[in-house]
Design a protein around this ligand. Structure first.
Ligand SMILES: [Zn+2]
Length: 445
């Protein structure tokens, strides 16, 4: 049964990969209309209502609804994005837009981020409608454009313009559900929150002059170099928040890891010296507000002392941080240079979280145990952004979840997100399909 479901999902996933809805961040890219039309053809039929929206030409999103038996029962949405990030074929072992099945794995951009989930969600909703099964509360499938460029023309547009049409009490989107072995059985991370993204441009000013006489000039570039150094070296205090604590405790790490990872006074030094660099970065980012200077533009000509530098900075905040806390952190980091730096804000997205131990949490655990009988869910705060945040702002309990086989390790999967040789095994697609099949039949009261 899982095999059949996996093959059916694989077939749809292949089509969506080949449609190459590549979002490079420009409004004219994406062309998600192609995948939206494929999903419409899958979903169309009796038992559900379907609508397509196109805020910009080609940037199509789709909303399908199966009406529940009880208007008062909580509604559930399955949310998948239909776009993918670019891929350079030269670096891949197989064509990133070929959608080939090789040794039981579907290859291509989007295979784990997240056309695998989007295709399995759509098929589960169609099967439910075909059976004539009416869920307790309304069931929605939302296929959105533009997730890979902050969701402006997709989930953000839908939640701002069609809040009633996409309203839901509970929502599942990417990612999570990678089985992690612990001494007490399999642990399945559920993404219960994501960090905030505060992006800014700092302008550092100086005085122009002739570069042949640099002594005692006011060189904006030299000043900016010191600004960059201070930002990069700035330490914020560790926050051992509930999701982190429950995650570390849940995966059953040995004491020599769990001890420092749960101690705000020791975690910083522990991450600085831990040989496993990937784990160190992840653990640090999950427990700290971070600052990364990323783009600097300065100077006009080799013989002119520059009078202005623009520096872009990517700040990722923990839950509880707003603009006031971020402003204070920057002032603290810059010290006596704070007065020389003018900050303009390009994005002010606060972190969002959903509670753990909700009816959806328990329903996911119940259904996932059909595939992993000793599984328990553990919460996880993702350091990246997903479309879940727009729905959390509306009061929805939103999680990132899916299910994967144990064929590929968590490290292998993690490297595939926006990386090379992205692929997913057909067995994982079957597990995911059965997860949605089971979940939509659960009561969420
Ligand atoms: Zn994604």
């Amino acid at each position: 049964m899982a095999g059949d479901r996996g093959e059916e999902v694989a077939e749809l996933l292949q089509v969506m990969i080949r449609n190459a809805c590549v979002n490079d961040g420009s409004p004219g890219s994406g062309h998600e209309q192609r995948n939206a039309e494929v999903l419409r053809d899958v979903l169309e039929g009796p038992g559900l209502d379907l609508a397509l929206y196109e805020p910009l030409p080609g940037r199509t999103s789709l909303v399908a609804r199966v009406e529940g038996r009880d208007r008062a029962a909580p509604s559930l949405a399955l949310l998948g994005h239909t776009d993918v990030v670019p891929a350079n074929a030269d670096d891949w072992r197989h064509d990133p837009f070929g959608g080939e099945i090789i040794d039981g794995e579907v290859w291509g951009r989007g295979a784990v981020d997240m056309l695998n989930l989007t295709s399995s969600m759509a098929l589960s909703v169609r099967h439910l409608a075909d059976e004539g099964f009416r869920p307790e509360g309304d069931l929605l499938f939302i296929g959105v454009a533009d997730e890979e460029a902050l969701g402006v023309h997709g989930a953000q547009w839908l939640t701002e313009h069609l809040a009633d049409e996409v309203h839901c009490d509970y929502l599942i989107t990417e990612a999570g559900g990678f089985p992690m072995a612990s001494p007490d059985g399999v642990r399945l991370p559920v993404i219960t929150g994501e960090k905030g993204a505060f992006w800014c441009t700092m302008t550092v000013r100086g005085t122009p002059g002739h570069a042949s006489q640099p002594l005692r000039t006011d060189n904006a570039l030299v000043k900016a170099a010191e600004v960059v150094r201070r930002l990069a070296e700035h330490d914020t205090p560790a926050d051992i928040h509930e999701a982190w604590r429950r995650f570390v405790e849940g995966i059953g790490l040995p004491e020599e890891f769990a001890g420092p990872l749960l101690d705000p006074d020791r975690i910083g030094a522990f991450c600085d010296t831990l040989p496993a660099l990937g784990l160190a970065r992840q653990a640090h980012a999950c427990t700290h507000t971070t600052i990364a200077p990323t783009v600097m533009t300065a100077g006009s000509k080799v013989n002119v002392i520059p009078d202005r530098v623009h520096l872009q900075v990517d700040i990722r905040t923990l839950p509880g941080w707003g603009r006031d806390e971020v402003d204070a952190m920057i002032a603290d980091a810059l010290g006596d240079l704070a007065g020389e730096v003018e900050v303009t804000w390009d994005s002010e997205d606060v972190a969002t979280t959903s509670p753990v131990d909700t009816p959806l949490w328990h329903a996911l655990e119940r259904v996932a145990r059909r595939s992993y009988p000793d599984a328990r869910c553990v919460p996880f705060l993702t350091v990246g952004a997903t479309d879940a945040r727009f729905f959390r702002h509306l009061g929805t309990v939103a999680y990132g979840f899916g299910l994967f086989s144990e064929q590929l390790s968590f490290e292998q999967y993690a490297a595939m997100f926006h990386g090379v040789d992205e692929r997913v095994d057909v067995a994982s697609l079957g597990l995911t399909a059965e997860l949605w099949d089971g979940l939509v039949r659960q009561s969420l009261r």
